[in-house]
Write a protein that binds this ligand. Structure first.
Ligand code: TRP
Length: 389
């Protein structure tokens, strides 16, 4: 069985099954530029013209997850599992973006706990601090500084057009719910990415527009101040990128949806997982068959099943096709619990050793800072800020 042995961890190394992380197709499709396959040595695949000079990594991956509430299996299969794969293929930075989480009102204690919780889940899911830089956004002050400078080349109209802002501000209503931070959120995200001269950004489809803005800002900055930033490519996953709600297959599984039955949290107990699978909505008929159009709910469950178990959809259809939804859901719950067990065990170890986690994050912040500082110095000089000495 393939697996990851955690390095630099606490206690006995835990082996986590990773076969279900290996999506059948290459993880990435590069848009606009040459298509390349990151799964066969990303750096080597980079065409000469796009190789970066000056000692920078040829491919640098950056991504972030907001510390809002518990992570669910959709976050895992759509994002973190891909991060785990990418860490072996390129230089990676994985960030807990706590400054982004402040764009909606948060209890300080909850933000703090969620930030450490997401960091611990990163590690519990198999992100290895020896192979990737794991850190908290606010630990590297340069994120906010670059966001200010990029904000000064961002148009008001550009930000007003962002669909996520439109959605979120409509939900929050006018008045105090919508703050400048929420409006400027995409600029901070651009700063996260550009601060490390990142070239590849694994994100969900809903972040595509923010990536477009990041590229526009990089292009504009370069045009005004000289070549400074490479244009980052979004890596939008094909499989597992969109796990849908268990209660409504027309909606993405979401941390912010009220109904806890709509999602499986990574820290759910086996009983909770079983109940959520049992109560997941299904489609008419009783046949277990993959058909996104005719059977969206069952297809979503099949998608989760194949990703966590590593079994092809066809094999699952053959096993459960005419045994009814009950047996299928019981099998699904078992497979999900089997996949979550090692993650939860590792999470509990990390929870019991807060000093270890703090040390990992301090190390990550130090490494991130050492990449960010020279970029920031270059940016300051380019825009005409004077040196302090
Ligand atoms: N906006 C992203 C989300 O909600 C999180 C994020 C913040 C991010 N900064 C980033 C993702 C930089 C990728 C790169 O999912």
């Amino acid at each position: 069985m393939r697996g990851i042995v955690f390095r630099g961890g606490v206690g006995v190394p835990v082996r986590v099954r990773t076969h279900f992380l290996d999506f059948p197709r290459a993880d990435v499709t590069l848009r606009r530029h040459t298509p390349m396959d990151y799964s066969y040595g990303a750096a080597a695949a980079l065409p000469q013209g796009r190789r970066r000079t000056g000692g920078h990594a040829a491919v640098r991956v950056f991504s972030g997850v907001q510390p809002t509430g518990n992570l669910h299996i959709g976050n895992y299969l759509g994002a973190i599992a891909r991060f785990v794969r990418l860490q072996g293929q390129a230089e990676c930075l994985f960030c807990v973006v706590d400054l982004h989480a402040l764009t909606v009102p948060r209890q300080p204690a909850a933000l703090c706990a969620d930030t450490l919780g997401v960091a611990a889940l990163y590690l519990a899911c198999g992100i290895d601090p020896a192979r990737a830089i794991v850190f908290v956004q606010s630990h590297v002050a340069e994120h906010a500084e670059l966001a200010w400078l990029l904000g000064c080349v961002t148009g008001f109209g550009e930000l007003r057009r962002m669909t996520q802002f439109k959605d979120k501000s409509a939900r929050a209503g006018e008045g105090e719910g919508v703050n400048l931070g929420l409006f400027a959120y995409p600029v901070l995200m651009a700063a996260d990415i550009l601060l490390y001269r990142s070239t590849a950004v694994p994100v969900g489809d809903d972040q595509r527009q923010h990536l477009e803005l990041t590229r526009d800002l990089a292009e504009r900055f370069n045009a005004r101040f000289g070549e400074c930033f490479p244009l980052p490519e979004p890596l939008i996953g094909e499989t597992g990128a969109r796990i849908m709600s268990l209660q409504n297959p027309g909606e993405k599984m979401s941390k912010s949806t009220e109904d806890p039955m709509s999602r499986i949290d990574l820290l759910d107990t086996p009983d909770a997982v079983a109940a959520k699978c049992r109560r997941a909505v299904t489609d008419s008929g009783r046949e277990v068959r993959y058909d996104r159009e005719a059977k969206p709910a069952v297809s979503n469950l099949l998608e989760i099943f194949t990703l966590v178990s590593g079994e092809p959809v066809a094999a699952l259809e053959a096993r459960y096709g005419d045994r009814g939804y009950g047996a299928f859901k019981a099998g699904l719950a078992e497979a999900v619990n089997e996949a979550l067990a090692p993650i939860q065990a590792r999470y509990r170890d990390l929870e019991a050793a807060p000093d270890h986690l703090a040390e990992v994050l301090a190390g990550g912040a130090g490494r991130a800072r050492s990449l960010a500082c020279p970029v920031m110095a270059d940016v300051r000089r380019r825009v005409g800020l004077t040196a302090a000495r």
